[in-house]
Design a binder for this molecule. Sequence first.
Ligand code: HEM
Length: 537
Amino acid sequence: NANNSQNKTSKDQQLEQFTVDNDGKNLTTNQGLNVSEDEHSLKVGERGPTLMEDFHFREKMTHFDHERIPERIVHARGFGAHGYFELYESMKAYTKAKFLEDPSVVTPVFVRFSTVAGSRGSADTVRDVRGFATKFYTEEGNYDLVGNNMPVFFIQDAMKFPDFIHAVKPEPHNEIPQAQTAHDTLWDFVVNNTESAHMIMWAMSDRSLPRSFRMMEGFGVHTFRFVNEEGRAHFVKFHWKPVLGTHSLVWDETQKLAGKDPDFNRRDLWDAIESGNYPEFEFGVQMIPEEDEFSFDFDILDPTKIWPEEIIPVKIIGKMTLNRNTENFFAETEQIAFHPGHVVPGIDFTNDPLLQGRLFSYTDTQLSRLGGPNFHEIPINRPVAPVHNNQRDGMHRMTINKGPVSYHKNGIAGNTPRPVPPEQGGYEHYTEKVEGRKIRARSDSFKDHYSQAALFWNSMSEVEKQHIVSAFHFELGKVQRKEIRQQVVDMFANVDSDLATRISDGLGTIPPQTHGSASSESSPALSMMNTVKLPLT
Ligand code: HEM
């Protein structure tokens, strides 16, 4: 039973090799020299200047001077824990991923929860999306599911991500507002990029105020692919469902907590794990056979769309338990490097244009955040699967590879690492047929920006609706340019005229002239979706 602290996972055992216990040990320099005194610098006389030759002072101060690394460009504030994943039933029919094939396999995991916009020291309880990133240390290599607590995203193409984040983050001239979305540039971005309508509805709902990381859903957001041994593919969306249910704070609580306990969410997770009250999340998949790609009246590759669970049910296939806090926040939570491109055989990508761009961005940012190309050697990032290749050198290289040969197909050493055929577990990309002209464009099938935003609104209870309206009031109340407030009212009239009228009330804007919601113009299948009650608390 991996729940037993005596029963360590392969990742726990690996990390122990790097753990140092300073308790009761001699104090030394980094060169291993015993130090006789650690309070005074070396001086000429008791009141004289410090000497350059004081190597102990220089080493201590130099190391301190370089303690900080850049915080993440997004998701800077986060909190992580160790755990393990267990499979309920074999998914062999759909994927050849070994950790999803055999229910007797227990896979070690590390999870990092985060806010998106705020800096490392910002408060936990701000209105924001939450990151929910999981690293599975599988026998076939690391698999990262880098998700959020909301199932859709603000934009459809990675090209816009720098623009979107520039609009969300504090404004460049004065670095205001910290960790808040209530300002002109975000809302100006929204009205000029109406694909954000659906995600804005989630962000203005109580979903952006989680009561606890233990009570938060997680979503892979993008459509991925499962591929089985026979090469047959299914489109798949990933879900985490908290065993404790999904719960939110209310706005007033979040405001008080941000002042009284800015660590509210991280403290809750730490305390729960310390007391043996281990957080659990069930793992679910929605699957669509490859041949049904075009059977829906939304594009299944559009990351601003959900797959309604009533049409494509979530199949629960396993459970993750978080049972160990970190030994060292920096070494583990800060240095972990997630990447949606870390996949294992049986899991592949789709042409979702947001996902495609993410596949570039993560390693690129980590090269500077973690100082060069060897950050996979940092203990928390090491796979438990063996690593052998011809890469060498670079900043902070830790591995000592033997011999003169570091190239593939050599005639000297004879036994350098060999590629592994797909039948024996080598990764093979799904042989999707793709053809087309090179163009900068977006498919017309991505152009419906409002139907699912309306679906979301229509699925809310009156209390939930009131919370959404209040969130708009707070946010737009901080927007200084009146024309942007008006544009928001006009834009959300496309979602629902009652919503827009209520947003407008008290903002000094003109309520919408139009009536009816986008849902009334939708196709039969969407009308069916509009009756769907989304699983909100
Ligand atoms: C973190 C880029 C969309 C979830 C990051 C980081 C970058 C980034 C550069 C910092 C990584 C690091 O420093 O280690 C992008 C780009 C996106 C995008 C370019 C769109 C084109 C998304 C989406 C999701 C997401 C759609 C959710 C499905 C996360 C999470 C983290 C993160 C959870 C924090 C990981 C951690 O805890 O270390 N993203 N992102 N991102 N992103 Fe994205």
